[in-house]
Design a binder for this molecule. Structure first.
Ligand SMILES: NC(=O)c1ccc[n+]([C@@H]2O[C@H](COP(=O)([O-])OP(=O)(O)OC[C@H]3O[C@@H](n4cnc5c(N)ncnc54)[C@H](OP(=O)(O)O)[C@@H]3O)[C@@H](O)[C@H]2O)c1
Length: 284
């Protein structure tokens, strides 16, 4: 492990965080997660199997909380790289991580919780406009803090959106019909559907994943940066439903579970699937 950066993931028990923790540990990085005591000790929680699998992968747990400054500084002092994968509810409080990074003074790179649209290049309507706006504002705070940073704009996670053909409430590809958004008629929706619809409007109607070139002045396309990574195509992803509609897949608790056209558990771990094209990494 000599020469490998030590990596701290804040939010490592979340949807995207668990993949990043797993990838970091598999790549041989000494990997740490900041975890709340309530999550670590709750054996009845659906996350307890995840915690157990992290233990088997030699992931180091550091007890702490985003809202406990001392615990953040203590955790950050032990690593070289900090990756935030906190969820929607904590996005606006990531300034606490920056404050702790500045106090700790040892961090070589910070990855804020991004992992979606390039928020500096969106044309969203509300309420997505404000959500993206908060992420963009946080970018400015990180830049002003002088901490080396990388923003990962992964667009939509293919593992969520391809397997449902981007149908908002589906958990498997629909067989009878698909709804194609954007007929020009404004419709009312309440929280949280309006957030999801507004994000879909940005992506599918405004084309915010693909309507700009990734210029060297602000980013690099991920497949150029990591040419050795094998990407799955959309066809390959959908093939699993065509050829194996009642197939099985590994779940978090190690049991096989029906996959394909039947509902799947929310906690099911699938390989994170990255589709070539449009994924962008912005580093300074
Ligand atoms: N591109 C896409 O398709 C897509 C889809 C979803 C999300 N995203 C983006 O990915 C990022 C992560 O979202 P997510 O859905 O993966 O998040 P999530 O599942 O809600 O996970 C949130 C994580 O933050 C942790 N956390 C919450 N409060 C905390 C606190 N006070 N102190 C320390 N940790 C705390 C949670 O820990 P506990 O386990 O203790 O609760 C959990 O590990 C976001 O920026 C989101 O916008 C992108």
């Amino acid at each position: 492990m000599a020469g490998k950066s030590k990596i701290l993931v804040i939010g490592g028990t979340g949807y995207i965080g668990k993949f990043i923790v797993e990838a970091s540990a598999n790549a041989g990085h000494p990997t740490f997660i900041l975890v709340r005591e309530s999550t670590l000790c709750n054996t009845a929680s659906p996350k307890s199997n995840l915690i157990q699998s992290f233990r088997s992968s030699s992931v180091n747990f550091i007890l702490g909380d985003l809202y406990d400054h001392e615990s953040l500084v203590k955790a950050i002092k032990q690593v070289d790289v900090v990756i935030s994968t906190v969820g929607y509810a904590q996005l606006n409080d990531q300034d606490k991580i920056v404050a702790a990074i500045k106090e700790a003074g040892n961090v070589k790179r910070f990855f804020p919780s991004e992992f979606g649209n390039d928020v500096d290049r969106v044309h969203a309507v509300e309420p997505a406009k404000s959500t993206f706006g908060h992420k963009a504002q946080f970018r400015r705070l990180v830049e002003a803090a002088g901490v080396p940073y990388t923003y990962v704009s992964s667009n939509f996670f293919a593992g969520i959106f391809v397997r449902t053909l981007a149908q908002l409430d589906a958990i498997a590809p629909p067989r009878d019909k698909v709804v194609i958004l954007g007929d020009g008629n404004t419709k009312e929706a309440s929280v949280p559907l309006n957030v999801r619809l507004a994000i879909c409007h940005s992506v599918f109607v405004m084309g915010d994943h693909t309507n700009f070139e990734i210029e060297p002045s602000f980013g690099v396309e991920a497949s150029e940066l990591y040419p050795d990574v094998k990407y799955a195509t959309v066809d390959e992803m959908l093939d699993q439903y065509r050829t194996n509609p009642r197939g099985s897949t590994q779940t978090q608790n190690g049991k096989k579970q029906e996959q394909g056209l039947e509902p799947q558990s929310e906690l099911e771990i699938q390989e994170p699937t990255w589709i070539k094209g449009g994924q962008q990494v912005i580093s300074h």
